[in-house]
Write a new protein. Structure first.
Length: 83
């Protein structure tokens, strides 16, 4: 299995599969409510002008997360990613 990396390290255009959600239970629950679950594919859309937050596309909608939040999510880069 490929090595996991933190979500905030990916570049726009890259797709990844969520492998693990870390963090406090309240934050993990919030992620799950937003559709961020293990096995789901997530696309990095773009960074804000100052670099934070980052826009992601998951389950048919756009989502903005701060880098410190995205650092709690481990992913594996998809082979068909264009980044």
């Amino acid at each position: 299995m490929p090595d996991s990396i933190q979500l905030h390290l990916l570049q726009p255009g890259q797709r990844a599969i969520i492998t693990r959600i870390n963090g406090a239970s309240a934050l993990r629950r919030r992620f799950i409510e937003m559709g961020i679950v293990k096995g789901e594919t997530i696309l990095i859309e773009r960074h804000a002008p100052m670099g934070d937050p980052v826009e992601y596309f998951i389950k048919g909608y756009h989502l903005a997360l701060r880098k410190e939040e995205a650092a709690q999510i481990d992913v594996v880069l998809r082979e068909d990613s264009n980044g």
